[in-house]
Ligand binder design. Structure first.
Ligand SMILES: O=C(O)CCC(=O)C(=O)O
Length: 269
C-alpha cells in the first residue's frame, strides 16, 4: 500500500548526466533542487517567483512613457532610440563591443544597477551603476532571504527574442571574489541556459530557465564551468534575466566582504 505520508518524489526537470559527480536532491524548505556537478554546484527552483509576481516584474521591466509595452515590437526599436522610449523603471541600453576596429552591437539589451560606486567595465567602457529602485530591491530582498548573503549589484539582460543570446563565459572576474554566489532571476520566455565543463566539453547540461525560475550558481562552478544562452529560432517573446552579484573590494584579504565602491569587468558577447 502506498505511504500517504511519504514526501512526494521530485524529479529534476532537465537531463543530468548519470556519471559520478552529478547529483540532485530536493530541497523541501526552498522548493528547489540542490545540484552538484563535478567541480561546482547550483540551486534550481523552477517556480521560485509566483506567476503573479513574475507577471508584475515582466511588466515593470518594460513600462515606458511611449505606450503599452504589450503593443511594442522591441526588435524594431533601434538601440540608439532607447532613451526616447522613456522607460519608467529601468534604463535599458544597447552596448557594443569593439572587434577588429568595428563596433558590434551586443545581441541583447542591458542595464546595471547597484550600490554607489559599484561600477563595471565592459569592453573598455566603464558603466556607473544606476541607483537601486523599489522593484529591484524587492527582488533582491526576496533572493537574499534564500541565499543568506547580501548582493550589491545586479546585471539585467533583455533577450528581445530568440535571436538575442549570450556567448560562453564564466562570471569569474577578480572583483566577484573567489567562488562567487550569483543568483539569476528569470522572467518571460523560457530560454535554455547551458553549462559546459572547462575540461570536457562533452559534459554539458541544458537547463530551461522559465518565467519565475531562480538559479543560484555557487561553489567552484565559475572556476570549472562556462555558461551560455544560445540563440533559439523558435522563441518569439522577450525574456529578462537578472543576475544579482556581490562585487568585492580587491584590497581586502579573504574572507572578502561585499563593499560599496568596487568595480567589476565583464567580457562576453
Ligand atoms: O541570461 C542568462 O541566463 C545568463 C546571464 C549571464 O550569464 C550573465 O549576465 O553573465
Amino acid at each position: 500500500m502506498a505511504d500517504l505520508f511519504a514526501p512526494a518524489t521530485q524529479a529534476v526537470p532537465f537531463v543530468l548526466p548519470t556519471e559520478d559527480g552529478f547529483d540532485a536532491s530536493w530541497n523541501e524548505r526552498w522548493s528547489g533542487f540542490d545540484v552538484t556537478v563535478p567541480g561546482g554546484e547550483f540551486f534550481y527552483a523552477e517556480h521560485f517567483f509566483s506567476k503573479a509576481w513574475s507577471d508584475r516584474t515582466f511588466a515593470y521591466l518594460q513600462e515606458n512613457a511611449r505606450g503599452d509595452w504589450r503593443s511594442i515590437d522591441w526588435r524594431t526599436v533601434p538601440g540608439d532610440a532607447l532613451d526616447q522610449i522613456g522607460f519608467t523603471n529601468i534604463r535599458w541600453k544597447q552596448d557594443s563591443l569593439k572587434l577588429y576596429g568595428k563596433s558590434i552591437a551586443l545581441p541583447r539589451l542591458t542595464a546595471w544597477y547597484g550600490d554607489p560606486g559599484a561600477a563595471y567595465t565592459y569592453s573598455g567602457i566603464k558603466s556607473e551603476p544606476n541607483p537601486w529602485n523599489d522593484g529591484l530591491l524587492h527582488l533582491k530582498g526576496r533572493i537574499e532571504e534564500l541565499v543568506g548573503t547580501a548582493f550589491n549589484s545586479v546585471l539585467l539582460n533583455w533577450y528581445r527574442d530568440g535571436k538575442d543570446s549570450l556567448s560562453w563565459h564564466a562570471d569569474d572576474e577578480k572583483e566577484l571574489g573567489v567562488d562567487p554566489i550569483i543568483a539569476s532571476a528569470n522572467f518571460g520566455a523560457t530560454r535554455d541556459f547551458q553549462l559546459r565543463h572547462n575540461g570536457d566539453h562533452k559534459q554539458k547540461i541544458t537547463i530551461p530557465l522559465k518565467h519565475g525560475t531562480l538559479l543560484v550558481m555557487r561553489g567552484a562552478l565559475q572556476r570549472n564551468w562556462k555558461h551560455a544562452v544560445p540563440k533559439r529560432a523558435n522563441v518569439n517573446g522577450s525574456r529578462f534575466n537578472l543576475t544579482f552579484r556581490s562585487i568585492m573590494d580587491d584590497r581586502s584579504e579573504p574572507p572578502r566582504h561585499p563593499i560599496k565602491g568596487a568595480s567589476a569587468r565583464l567580457s562576453c558577447s
